[in-house]
Design a protein around this ligand. Structure first.
Ligand code: 5GP
Ligand code: ZN
Length: 134
């Protein structure tokens, strides 16, 4: 896609620190990392978000995410890692080319992807449950 910054990185038109590339995916360092070693993984084909992702792509990208998380632990000394994936502006997606964040976590490090827990009543939970379940 012409005006997509991630397509431009994939095409080599914009530089990035690429740490992994295969036929279908590419992984590079996030330019504004949440913690040192924050990596983005994306399919080379331009798809907007998870709603356009197929099962095979999803499986392969998740295996790349797993390998990168393990590398963050072995090479950077991370104590764990978060896999974060935003869909839509309301969810914080700023680049509309599907991507998975792999964010290394270090003991005592900053909070990542935190939310404020709420305390709905059982009735309120049940009302949402009825709308969501199969
Ligand atoms: P989103 O908010 O869409 O889930 O995540 C987009 C991510 O892309 C952000 O974490 C942001 O720092 C990163 N990003 C945006 N533009 C660039 C860029 O030009 N190069 C790199 N390496 N990362 C970028
Ligand atoms: Zn794109």
């Amino acid at each position: 896609m012409d005006d997509c910054i991630f397509c431009k990185i994939i095409a080599g038109e914009i530089p990035a620190f690429i740490i992994h590339e295969d036929e279908e995916s590419v992984a590079f360092m996030d330019i504004n990392p949440a913690t040192p070693g924050h990596v983005l993984i994306l399919p080379k084909t331009h798809i907007r978000d998870i709603e356009e992702l197929d099962e095979e792509q999803a499986g392969r990208l998740m295996m790349v995410a797993k390998a990168i998380g393990q590398k963050q632990k072995s090479a950077l000394g991370a104590d764990g890692f978060n896999i974060v994936q935003n869909n839509g502006k309301a969810a914080g997606q700023t680049v509309p080319h599907f991507h998975i964040h792999v964010i290394p976590r270090y003991a005592g490090g900053p909070q990542v992807a935190a939310w404020t827990p709420t305390s709905p009543t059982r009735e309120q939970l049940s009302e949402i449950y009825i709308r969501l379940k199969d």
